[in-house]
Design a protein. Sequence first.
Length: 345
Amino acid sequence: MSDQNPIQTEVVIVGAGPCGLFQVFELGLLGIKAHLIDSLKAPGGQCTELYPEKPIYDIPALPVCGAQELVDRLLQQIKPFGAEWHLGEEVTGVQRQTDGRRFTVTTSAGTVFDAGAVIIAGGVGSFQPRRLVAPGADELEGRHVHYRVRDAQQYYGQNLLVLGGGDSALDWALDFTGKAASVTLVHRRADFRAAPSSVARMREMEAEGKLAFHEGLVEGLDVDGLALKGARIKKPDGELVQVKCDHAFAFYGLHPKLGPIAEWGLELEKKALKVDTEKFQTSEPGIFAVGDINTYPGKKKLILSGFHEAALAAFGVQGWLYPEKKQFLQYTTTSPAMQKRLGVG
């Protein structure tokens, strides 16, 4: 796609995580079409990439919902609105056009958009898991060294090593306990960043001999051909402990990077985009931001909060695109126009 023939669209959404997906829905209710761009090759953001099986308990009307299940439900919900996808592409530039009302958006794949508005729903930006630094770890990645759990059942009955001290590490160590042949948790210090209830439960499991915990760092891996057989843990006093394991899961967190977004001239505060709380517009009129990538007084990084932000951003975008159009609130239960857009009229 050359810049001589850009894709014409009302809105470009940067990021296809839960907030970006719900943004499609809120725009669609107002009759506004969108194109989604994401550097990942599948929609879902962190939910799909890092913890697809992790349960979520604070989505309204869903007492419990798996992260990938949430993404699948959102994809089903936005089907009527015909959003167009551009996955595996990173937005490399956003430039305001000479009329001041539209934007030229370019991607790493050479795709060019002529967009009326831009909504950034990029989560923490482009992210990569912090990797296990040990000889041979790179060669085993994806087979015996993992940074996410895609199908927990395939690891049942095996010897598992879980690395890290945050919620993901504790959650998976506890989840695997009783299902795996053995579970060993390793963290560099005795204090944890995870929820106190999870730490207390882990200590109970340790006391009962159901899982093992070692304070220390992985010094080396024991590899037999292409298979992982164990790991050597160096404790704070220098003692080396040999741990048997078939798979190692490293949950050291993410490297959050705004990437090219940091170069678009938008006002930042602590590596997040400052927005207003009326329409979630950034310092640049016509560019909006929802989800974890934005900041404002009282900001809470919850999926629920991102959904609220997407609803108000949709009205902000409508006002930007069609300033002459009178805005009024309609309800999906009673609005014939909205029901028609949803395909239920």
